[in-house]
Design a protein around this ligand. Structure first.
Ligand SMILES: [Zn+2]
Length: 446
């Protein structure tokens, strides 16, 4: 659906939906203890996963795998423009005065957004953080850019491209998503090679690791990167098997100068390189972020993104110094994520959940996690731009607001049922929104 179609759809539905919002807000608030809600509202957050845009025109360095080129797929209801919560976001961020998006009101809104963006300039991203109560935002990007400086913004890079040094023609033929996404990884690997001034891939796997993989990770770490992100579930299933180094060496040497590896051969190489990247990231003090959620994409394999598929890698003794963060908490597999928290080096954020799910749905997931491993749960929004009138700041606002509400519902329930004291509930809220991430990344906070 184009943005224009979405918008006209939105206009027809807004009046009815706005009436519904008032009821929904009232019922969510009644589920949260008012004192706890006030406390949660004051916590300055660390947002573990976002796609914040820089202020550069076009912002070409934002996303390794933009989903624009994929076969059509539906957005969940809360992300559609007719969701009246977007009006609430416009009101909160831009002082929007109306309850509808009629053409003249929309024109006024666009003028306001343009004025605020221009007035704030490179300070716009930080201004947004101040509006939504976020102290530090982790930006998952190819590279940082203007407006995204530390300490308010921290970098999480993309590393799937390092697993794919051979031709991906056979992989691409599998489905429309792969056809669109694999070439983007090829382009990113070319960029990494150019950054290192490596003209051609070396003939052996060992040389590839020592002259491309490790130097790329070292370069990212020196550039301020605190975590490396795998989006592998968009490209394959997450079953990174125990690495067969000898077989991986053979596959690399056989195809590095040409030819098409079979899927099984490529998987052997990827499995080995996944362990290599994870081990090196751990050595360099960077966490490993892994996308695990039910989507998105036209051919996305949901069962292939189950975090339990990561178990062989997560329990690999060679990777005990690497911290893994299951990004998006596994989505519908949230209970599997919760089970993996027992491993000392496994964490999760709940980014994107407060956009796809309601506060009540997210609260149930949080309660399950927080009753067992509260030190492993990280706040996250997955803030991203949905279109010209729906910049990343709007989804950051929606997700932050929903996440705080969900946390309030979960902790209120735990206090009411005598599972934790009010003081402990406040402590857990602070951990989830702020200190768990600060401890994991050794971030200095105010
Ligand atoms: Zn994301």
């Amino acid at each position: 659906m184009t943005l224009e179609e979405l918008r006209s759809h939105a206009r027809t539905l807004l009046i009815a939906a706005t009436a519904g919002l008032a009821g929904a807000v009232a019922s969510a608030q009644s589920a949260v203890d008012p004192a706890l809600a006030r406390f949660i509202a004051t916590i300055k957050a660390v947002d573990n996963h976002t796609h914040v845009n820089s202020t550069a025109p076009g912002d070409a360095d934002s996303d390794a795998l933009p989903l624009d080129g994929l076969p059509p797929f539906l957005l969940p209801a809360r992300l559609r423009p007719e969701n009246p919560e977007w009006i609430a976001a416009y009101k909160a961020l831009y002082g929007y005065a109306y309850d509808d998006l009629s053409a003249p009101h929309l024109a006024a809104l666009r003028a306001t957004m343009k004025r605020v963006t221009q007035e704030r300039g490179d300070g716009f991203p930080e201004w947004v953080l101040d509006q939504i109560g976020t102290e530090v935002m982790v930006a998952n990007r190819i590279a940082m850019g203007p407006g995204l400086a530390p300490p308010r913004f921290r970098w999480a890079s993309y590393v799937d491209a390092l697993l794919l040094p051979l031709s991906t023609r056979a992989e691409r033929a599998q489905n429309g998503d792969y056809a669109a996404l694999y070439p983007l990884e090829e382009r990113l690997l070319q960029r990494y090679l150019k950054d290192l001034q490596v003209a051609t891939l070396p003939p052996t796997l060992d040389a590839y690791v020592s002259t491309v993989v490790t130097p790329t990770l070292e370069r990212q770490q020196k550039g301020g990167c605190i975590a490396v992100k795998f989006e592998a579930a968009y490209l394959r299933t997450l079953d990174f098997a125990d690495a067969d180094e000898a077989a991986a060496r053979q596959v690399y040497a056989k195809y590095v100068s040409g030819g098409e590896p079979t899927h099984a051969e490529y998987k052997t190489l990827e499995d080995f390189l996944f362990r290599t990247v994870a081990r090196e990231a751990g050595r360099l003090g960077m966490a490993v972020h892994i996308h695990s959620f039910e989507g998105a994409g036209g051919s996305y394999k949901i069962s292939g993104s189950d975090p339990l598929l990561l178990e062989p890698a997560l329990r690999d003794p060679q990777l005990k110094n690497t911290s893994f963060v299951i990004v998006h908490g596994g989505g519908i597999f949230a209970a599997h994520t919760g089970a993996l928290f027992a491993r000392p080096n496994v964490y999760a954020d709940f980014s994107v959940m407060p956009q796809f799910y309601t506060a009540a749905t997210l609260a149930a997931i949080l309660r399950q996690w927080l009753s067992q491993y509260p030190e492993k749960v990280l706040f996250g929004t997955d803030a991203f731009a949905l279109g010209p009138d729906m910049g990343w700041e709007l989804s950051a606002w929606l997700a932050s607001t929903t996440a705080r509400k969900a946390l309030g519902i979960a902790l209120t329930g735990m206090v009411r049922d005598g599972e934790v004291t009010q003081a402990r509930a406040e402590e857990i809220a602070t951990m989830v929104l702020r200190t768990n991430a600060a401890t994991l990344y050794k971030l200095p906070l105010h």
